[in-house]
Write a protein that binds this ligand. Structure first.
Ligand SMILES: Cc1cc2nc3c(=O)[nH]c(=O)nc-3n(C[C@H](O)[C@H](O)[C@H](O)COP(=O)(O)OP(=O)(O)OC[C@H]3O[C@@H](n4cnc5c(N)ncnc54)[C@H](O)[C@@H]3O)c2cc1C
Length: 383
C-alpha cells in the first residue's frame, strides 16, 4: 500500500521532540506527517516529570547552555500560544525550585551546584526549612526534615504538565492539518543518489517526503542503522510514582539529589526518579517503587500508600556524552536527526523544534549545532 500524498517533511517519532519540530515546520508553511510506532505522545515524553530548571543567560558561550537558555525563554511563549490556539492549559508555571541537602554528600553536591549557578548567572539563595515554611504555603507538611538540613531556593525553575503539553501540541498540529499517524513503525529509509526517496513502515505502508527527520527517542539508534549510521543513543529507564492529595500542598518543585517531588495544580503529586540501564524494558520494579515511596513519605508524611494512584517507567533517550544529536546525516542530503535529549527532552524541546526547523529550511540556526552533530566521538560512526 502506498500513500499518494507527498509531504515536505516526514517525522519518525511522535514524542515531544518530533511534535515540536512538526509544530515549528508547519507554522512555516510545510506540509508535515508524524509517524509513531505506538500511540503518539505516549513514550518517554509522557512518562517524564516536566521539570524545567532555570537556564543560563542566552549569552552563554557553551552551545548546550544556549540550548537550555533558549528553551527556557521559549516555554512560556509556547504555553501561551498553545493555550490560545487549542484552549489547553499545559500548566507551565514559574514555580521555583527547592533543593534540599540532608547528607554530607548531598551538601557537597549542592555546593558544586551553587558554583555552577554562579558561573551561569542563575539566581539562587540559601535558606532553611523553617524560613521556607514561613514563605511557602504547604511547606509545613515537610515536618520530617531536620532543622539543620541545608536548603537552596532557585526562583527561575519552572514546571510543565507534560501530558497536557503533548495533548496541546497534538491538537495544534491537527488544527494545522498535520497527519498524525499512530501505530505505524518506520522500518527503513530507501535511498537513491544520496537522498531518501521514501520510507517503509511495518505493514507495508510507504511514505514519501522531501525531508525526513528521525526523532524516535531511545529507539533512534535502531532506526539509523538502516542508513549505516551508529550513534551513542541508548535507553535509560526512570520510574515514577503518582499520588493524589485533596489539594495541592505546595507549588514548587522539591529536589533532593536525583529525586524530586513535582506538584500538579489539582493535587496530583509526582515522585521520581532513578537511572537504570536495563535495555528496552519499560517496566516498574517493586524495589524502586518501595525506595521512592519511602523517600517521599519520609519527606512528606501525607504521602501514605493509599494516596498512591499509579506508577510507571519510561525510557529516556540517553547519549554517550550527554549531548543530544541534532543535525543532518552526513552523506544523505535530506535526512536529519533530533534525539538523545536524556533527562532534558521536555525542557529542550522548544529550542530543538526551532533550531531543527531553521536547519532543515537551510537557514543559519540561532545556536551553533556543531557540538550536536550526528557523527561524533567513538560511539558514533558509519557501520
Ligand atoms: C521518569 C522520567 C522523568 C523525566 N523527567 C523529565 C523532566 O522533568 N524534564 C525534562 O526535560 N525531561 C524529563 N525526562 C526526559 C524526557 O522525557 C525525554 O528526554 C523526552 O521525552 C524525549 O523525547 P523524545 O521525543 O525524543 O522521545 P519519546 O517521547 O520517547 O518519543 C519517541 C517516539 O518515537 C517512537 N518510535 C520509536 N521507534 C519508532 C519507529 N521505528 N518508527 C516510528 N516511531 C518510533 C516511540 O513510539 C515514541 O513515541 C524524563 C524522562 C523520564 C523517563
Amino acid at each position: 500500500m502506498s500513500d499518494a500524498k507527498y509531504y515536505d517533511l516526514v517525522v519518525c517519532g511522535g514524542g515531544v521532540i518530533g511534535l515540536s519540530i512538526a509544530y515549528q515546520c508547519v507554522k512555516k508553511g510545510w506540509t508535515v506527517c508524524v509517524l509513531d510506532a505506538g500511540e503518539i505522545g505516549k513514550g518517554s515524553s509522557w512518562a517524564g516529570a516536566g521539570i524545567l530548571p532555570a537556564g543560563a543567560s542566552v549569552d552563554a558561550l557553551d552551545p548546550l547552555e544556549q540550548l537550555r537558555a533558549l528553551s527556557h525563554e521559549l516555554h512560556p511563549l509556547w504555553a501561551a500560544e498553545l493555550l490560545e490556539s487549542t484552549g489547553i492549559d499545559n500548566e507551565f508555571r514559574r514555580c521555583g525550585g527547592l533543593y534540599l541537602a540532608r547528607t554530607r554528600a548531598e551538601r557537597a553536591t549542592l555546593r558544586a551546584n551553587c558554583s555552577w549557578w554562579d558561573e551561569h548567572g542563575i539566581a539562587y539563595e540559601q535558606s532553611t526549612i523553617g524560613q521556607m515554611s514561613q514563605c511557602l504555603a504547604g511547606m509545613k507538611s515537610l515536618t520530617l526534615v531536620e532543622p539543620e538540613a541545608e536548603c537552596w531556593w532557585v526562583p527561575g525553575d519552572c514546571r510543565v504538565r507534560n501530558p497536557r503539553h503533548l495533548k496541546a501540541l497534538q491538537k495544534a498540529l491537527h488544527q494545522l492539518d498535520v497527519d498524525l499517524v499512530h501505530n505505524t513503525s518506520v522500518t527503513g529509509f530507501r535511498c537513491e543518489n544520496g537522498r531518501v526517496q521514501r520510507l517503509t513502515c511495518e505493514g507495508g505502508r510507504t511514505v514519501f517526503g522531501n525531508v525526513y527527520c528521525a526523532a524516535s527517542g531511545a529507539w533512534t539508534s535502531a532506526l539509523l542503522s538502516n542508513v549505516g549510521v551508529a550513534t551513542g543513543i541508548m535507553p535509560v529507564r526512570g520510574q515514577m510514582l503518582l499520588y493524589k492529595l485533596a489539594s495541592s500542598a505546595f507549588s514548587c518543585v522539591i529536589n533532593e539529589g536525583h529525586r524530586y517531588l513535582v506538584p500538579r495544580d489539582d493535587g496530583h503529586l509526582l515522585v521520581g526518579s532513578c537511572e537504570e540501564e536495563v535495555g528496552f524494558v519499560a517496566e516498574t520494579t517493586q524495589e524502586k517503587i518501595n525506595e521512592l515511596h519511602e523517600w517521599a513519605e519520609g519527606l512528606m508524611p501525607a504521602l501514605t500508600e493509599n494516596r498512591l494512584v499509579q506508577s510507571w517507567a519510561g525510557l529516556r533517550p540517553g547519549s554517550f556524552d550527554s549531548y543530544p544529536y541534532m543535525g543532518k546525516v552526513p552523506g544523505v542530503e535530506n535526512l536529519f536527526v533530533a534525539a538523545g535529549h536524556f533527562r532534558h527532552g521536555l525542557h529542550w524541546s522548544t529550542a530543538t523544534g526551532l533550531l531543527m526547523q531553521q536547519l532543515m529550511f537551510g537557514e543559519t540556526p540561532d545556536i551553533d549545532l556543531e557540538p550536536f552533530r550526528v557523527l561524533r566521538g567513538n560511539a558514533a560512526s558509519r557501520v
